[in-house]
Write a protein that binds this ligand. Sequence first.
Ligand code: ADP
Length: 736
Amino acid sequence: MWISLVLGLVGTQLIVSAGEIPVPASSTTPLLTNAQQVLVLSLEAARQTFMPVRLQGLVTYPDAAEHIVYVQDFSAGIRVVYTNADYQPASGQMVVVEGTAAGGMFAPFIDCASVRIIGSGAIPEPCEAPAARMVAGEFFGQWVQVEGVVRDVAKDSEGALLFVSSGGLRFHAVIQPFPGMALPVDWLDARVALRGVCWTEVDAENKPTGFTLYVPGTNYLFVLRPGERDIFSQPALSMTRHPELRRQSDARVKVAGTVAFHSPSGYVYLAGEDSAVRARLLVPLARGKPQARYMERPPVTQLRPGERIELVGAPTASTFAPLLQDAEFRRIGDSPPPAPTPVSTGEVFEGKFDGRLVSLKARLFASETRQAGVLKHQVLVLQTGDTIFEALWEFAGTNALPVPPRNSYLRAAGICALQLGELNQIRSFRLLLRGPADLSLLGRPPWWEPLPAGKILTAILALAGVAFVWIWLLRRQVSQRTAELQAEIGERQRAQTELHHALAAERELSELRTRFVSMVSHEFRTPLGVILSAAENLDSYFERLKPEQRRSQLDNVIQATRQMAKVMENVLFIGRAEAGKLEFKPVALDLASFCTSLVGQVQSSTENKCPIRFQAGPLPAANGDESLLRHILTNLLTNAVKYSKNGAAIDFNLGRHDGEAVFRVQDHGIGIAAADQKQLFTAFHRGRNAGQVPGTGLGLVIVKRCVEVHRGQITYESAEGIGSTFTVTLPLFSGS
Ligand code: ADP
C-alpha cells in the first residue's frame, strides 16, 4: 500500500499514546462531544488527563490496515484509532465514535474508540486549503480541497500515488481505493482539484516539513484542465526578458537553447544571446515497489556544453535569471559550446550576468572541501580587487579538482550564480566550475612563499629599517584616510540600521494584515451565517411560522448584528487609540459602587456563566475617566468569564496602595500558554488554546491603551490549565 510507503508514521504515534497512563479526571470532567473540542486540547492535557469523547460524524478516509478512520463532524475533522474488531470502515459512513482524547505527536486524536455505523451520507464540502498553510502544519486530519498540477503518477493494484505541484510547493497524494493496474497517464501535467484528508509530515523535532493528501477514491479528483499528451508540443518562449519565465506558475512552459552546464545536483543552465535560464530537473517518484507501474521516461543522461535542447519547466518567482523547476528536456541538435564572457566584478554586481557563463581574473586566497549530502563541494576562495568570491566545483567520489598553489593568479570561468539578500539585493556571487579546464593559471606565487619562516624573518628584519622611514612618511596619510573610512563606516551602519527598521516595520504590517483578515473572516462568518439563515427562514416560511418563532428568528438577527457591531466598535476604538485620539476626561467617582454595577452588567451579558466575587476595601473618593475604566474592567472581567468553565468563580478585588487604586481580576480558567504571553498585547493575536471561544484579539490591546492614557500599569500572571490574574494599577487617588 502507498500508505505504508509514504507514511510510516502512524505506528509511531500509536506507540506514544499507548505508553501513557491517563490520570482519572475529577468528576467534573465533561464529555467532549465534537472534534473541535478534542483538537483544541493541548497535547500535554490530552496525554495526561482522561477525557471521554462521544461524537457523531462521517468517515472521510478509512485506513483499515492501521485501524484508523478520519471522521468529519460539523466542527472539524479528527483522527480516530478504533479497537472494535467487528467494524469494517468505509468512506461515507455516518458513525458514532466513543473513545478517549489522546495526544499524538502533532495533534490530539481519539484513541481506544468503538465505532458504530448508524447510516451513510455525503461527505460535507471541503475546506479550501492553500498548500502553503498545509506545509506550515495547519489542517491536520481535516477534509480539504487543494488544486495543483500533476507532475508524476504511480499505480499499484490498490491505489495511485501522485506527485503534485501547488503554488510551486510539491506534495504527494495517495488515492485509495483505486482498483486495477491501468496507469492514469492522462492525469500527467493536468490541473486537478483533489479532496482528501491532510496528513502533516514532520521532522525529528516534530516541526512540519510538508504534507500528504489521502484521497478516498477517484471520485474526489476533478480534472480542471486536461494534461498534455506531448509536453514538448507547445511553442517555445523567448529566453530574453520574457516576463512569463519569471512569474511563479504550476503550468510548465517551454524554452529552447544551448546547454552551458549540467551540474551533478541536477541543474541545467541554458545560454541565450545575452540571457540565461536555469532549470532544476524533475525528480520523479522513487521506483520503490517492484509490482507497481511507473511513468515511462527516457533516462536522463549528462548533457554536454553545446548540445541544443528543448526544455519544459514550471517558472518560479525570480528577479534575475529565471529558474524553472520540475524540468524535463529533449535533445534537438548540436552547436559549438558557448564561450565564457570576460566580465568585471562591477558588471556582475549590476545583475545582468546571473546564470550566464563568465570568466574573471583573480588571486587564489584559500581552498577547502565540504560535504553536501551525497556530493562534495570543493570551494576556492578568490579575490579580485576588493571583492572576495567563491568558485565551486561539485563532484562525487574522488573527482576533486587539482588546486593551484595559494596566491596563484588564475582566470576562472563558470556559471555566475548571484547570492541574494533578504530584499533581493545582490550580496555576492559564486562561479560554478564545470571542470578542470575552467581554471587556467596566469602566474605562480612570488618566489619567497616556499622559503622557511626563519629566512623570511631575516629578510624582513633587513627591510625593517627602510620600511620604518617609509612608514613614518605614510603615517599622516594613513591617519587621514582612517578618519575618512570611519566616517564612511558610520554612514553605512546608519543606512543599514534604517533598512532593518524599515524591514521590521514592513514585516510587522504584513503580520498585522494577516491576523486582521483571519479575525474578520472568523468573527464575521458565523454571525453572517446566522443572519442569512434567519432571513431565509423568514422569507420562505413567514406565513407558516408562529409569531413567537418569527420573534426568535428576529432575535437571532439582532444578536448576530450586535456581535458584528461590537467587533467593528473594537476595531474603530483601536484605530482611535493608535491615532492618539483617546480623550481623558476625569470625573469624581465612587469606585466601589461603580465596580458593583459593572459586575452586574458583565454577569447579565454573560448570562451568569460564572459567579463574580467582588470585594473592596475602604476607599477615598476617586478621580478617573469613567468610559476608559469601563473598557478596562469590562474586557478583563469578560475575558475571565469567557476563558473559564461554567460555574467557576472569578475573584475581583479592589484595593488601595498610596495614591493608587489596585484592581485585580483572578480566574481559574484555561490560562495562557507561555508562547502566547509574549504577544498578549498584540492586536488580533489570539491564544492557541482559545479554540472556539469567540473573540477578536483586541480586548487586551484596548485595555492596555486605556491604562496608558490613565498613566497606570497592567501586569499579569498566568499558567496554562491553572488560570490567570490581571492586575491594573491606576493613580486615581492622587488628589486625596
Ligand atoms: P479576545 O478574548 O477577543 O480573543 P483579548 O485581547 O481580550 O482578545 O485576549 C487576547 C488573547 O489572550 C485571547 O484570545 C486569549 O487567548 C488570551 N486571554 C486573555 N484573557 C485571558 C484569560 N483570562 N484566560 C485565558 N486566556 C486569556
